[in-house]
Design a protein around this ligand. Structure first.
Ligand code: FMN
Length: 140
């Protein structure tokens, strides 16, 4: 079994870009949840990422798959990141990441690290620094 897989859902590509950066920093493979690749869950640590849509909703591919895939979280280590818009959606900022973290915990996963929340819309200059710092906490 691989050590780490990054699994993301992304509608306009922003979460995908961050997932690719996190995967590179962790020397891990990245999987799009929308692709339906069962091998995505075959790792000791799953790094799960989703943008938030609607008002506090999961990204579409996660919304379609979360119920079906959450059994794969049992007895796994899980880390979670989210992308959102902290100005346009201050009251529902990155709620999808919290939804995924809660689903993983309920399914028996152990959460690793804090939820990483990224606003690439308004604070793109902070993205790389946040990723680098967060990845260090996940490795530890
Ligand atoms: C119609 C719409 C609804 C959104 N709703 C939220 C929201 O409730 N909370 C949030 O934090 N961001 C929200 N966003 C911002 C997106 O999550 C953000 O643009 C994100 O970077 C998109 O990532 P993706 O391209 O990977 O899907 C919304 C954006 C749009 C266009």
């Amino acid at each position: 079994m691989d050590q780490i897989h990054v699994i993301y859902g992304s509608t306009t590509g922003m979460t995908e870009a961050v997932a690719d950066k996190i995967a590179k920093a962790l020397d891990a493979q990245a999987f799009n949840i929308g692709a339906g690749d069962a091998a995505a869950f075959d790792a000791e640590l799953l790094v799960l990422g989703s943008s938030t849509w609607g008002v506090g909703d999961l990204q579409d591919d996660w919304a379609a798959k979360l119920d079906e895939v959450k059994r794969n979280f049992a007895s796994k280590k899980v880390a979670v990141f989210g992308l959102g818009d902290s100005i346009g959606f201050a009251d529902s900022y990155c709620v999808a990441a919290e939804t995924i973290a809660n689903a993983a915990k309920a399914a028996g996963a152990t959460l690793v690290g804090e939820i990483l929340k990224i606003d690439d819309t308004n604070e793109a200059d902070q993205t790389d620094g946040k990723i680098a710092a967060w990845v260090e906490t996940i490795k530890a």
